[in-house]
Design a binder for this molecule. Structure first.
Ligand code: SF4
Length: 196
């Protein structure tokens, strides 16, 4: 039922021409993971590899994200679902425009509503601003729990920022430790993590 409802939205996205990004896409990147997951990760939008394959968070950033999740003892297939603020790749990997984000956000909102996660993690400034407000600064807001539609949101850095600046890894790990603590509180008190 849940999966078929997600498929219906995915089909809508496949046919979507609501913003100019549809013109240059090769594939939409709808999102992936466990539809019953309690953690929903939000990135910015598809990059080159994602556009080519239709898969979310592949390439270098995706590999780093996998490592972070693994360090938390979360797996993509079991513990999380991953989506993006926009479903089509912005040309040259530019930041999606505000109007593009606004056009695409209802799809993400529907995904979140259906998946019904306990915890949302925004990865990077665009995901934070796209969900919670344009004026928010990632450097100020990261690591602090926020509320969006009565759901808990943890803003943290995007893996691509960590690739550019490895000094951000320490703060990112602190943010994910807060997520692990919350996950134990809300979902599974016995969630094991050998690092924390
Ligand atoms: S980015 Fe979103 S709103 Fe824009 S065309 Fe793609 S699916 Fe539609």
């Amino acid at each position: 039922m849940l999966e078929s409802e997600l498929k219906i939205i995915e089909q809508e996205v496949r046919n979507c021409t609501k913003c100019p990004l549809h013109r240059s896409r090769t594939n939409i990147v709808f999102g992936d993971g466990n539809p019953n997951a309690k953690i929903f990760l939000i990135g910015e939008g598809p990059g080159f590899e994602e556009d080519k394959t239709g898969n979310v968070f592949v390439g270098k950033s995706g590999k780093l994200l996998d490592k972070i999740l693994e360090a938390c003892n979360f797996s993509r297939s079991k513990h999380v679902y991953i989506g993006n603020i926009v479903k089509c790749r912005p040309p040259e990997n530019r930041k999606p425009e505000t109007v593009e984000q606004a056009a695409c956000l209802p799809y993400l909102e529907k995904q979140i509503e259906l998946i019904n996660p306990k915890i949302i993690i925004t990865l990077g400034a665009t995901a934070l601003q796209g969900l919670l407000g344009e004026n928010l600064k990632i450097t100020r807001e990261r690591g602090n729990w926020k509320l969006w539609m009565n759901r808990l949101v943890m803003p943290t850095f995007h893996p691509s920022a960590l690739l550019r600046n490895p000094n951000l890894k320490k703060d990112t790990w602190e943010d994910f430790k807060k997520v692990i603590t919350k996950y134990r509180e809300l979902v599974n008190s016995e969630h094991f993590c050998k690092h924390f």
